[in-house]
Design a protein around this ligand. Sequence first.
Ligand code: PEP
Ligand code: MN
Length: 337
Amino acid sequence: MIIVMSQSATKEQIDNVEKKLSDLGFKTHPIFGEIKTIIGAIGDKRLLNLHSISLMPGVENLVPIMKPFKLASRELKQVPTIVEVGDVKIGGPEVIVIAGPCAIEDEQTFVDTAIKVKAAGAKILRGGAFKPRTSPYAFQGLEEDGLKIMASAREVTGLPLVTEVMDTRDVELIASYADIIQIGARNMQNFRLLREVGMTKKAILLKRGLSATIEEWLMAAEYIMAEGNLNIILCERGIRTFETATRNTIDLSAIPVVKEVSHLPIIVDPSHATGTWKYVNALSKGAIATGADGLIIEVHSDPANALCDGPQSLRPTNFSQLIKELEPVANAVGRKM
Ligand code: PEP
Ligand code: MN
């Protein structure tokens, strides 16, 4: 339920409404607009006596949120959310590019790649230390040693870091190194994990599940937000379809749909979506043209010998060329790089 306070509502009246709602067991989320304040009340609506709330001083009207996701919905918050990570703003006029290898392999290559992607225009550095591999025999990541390498690359480049968490037991450790915590596609509906990262204050990169509908994906965001963490960046990374020519099928229509029903920023991962480096360029342009707030792209200095996802990784030189080609596309849709 959304409680719309009148333009003349005082701070005390807003506080009283919030108190009444929390006494009834509701979680409240006030949003202070330029003209009016609205209060999102999340909880069991059977416990809400609508009449008594609507008669409280300062209350203008009550509006139910029709979507099953509440905090993530545009109905609750009309202005787009901008997630701030250091100086980087995701969801504003600038298209943000995140880049780096699939997995952290060794310090020298990682730091070297970090310097190159930064020089090309990347604003955030990616790298996996805990890898969700299909085979238990494949390289699983360097774990905490990988996180330490990431931290030294941040030291050198100043770029904020994004890395994946797969297990509730690792959230604290990863949060102590990362600037953004990634929930991978395979864990999009790991509800305990979603709640756990919701209890941190870190920005969360929430990838779409392999066969998740947009509504299921936004419900996953809702799990994180329900714990009080509203800093979520959604990431479309391709879904499973009958097509086998690409690793997944990129769903660019998710971008305008998400923008319509949610205020959260959305970025696109053309690397995992296609599985092939040659297609990354075209789909990066498509993503920006359809309104994505950013991209996350795998870059490796030696794709042929990468321990993970070499075939979809760009060389630093190709990445640099790509960024140059993206600028006019961003400008054409009123964005900048
Ligand atoms: C990744 O970003 O390295 C990754 C494993 O992605 P996804 O969860 O989208 O497969
Ligand atoms: Mn990968």
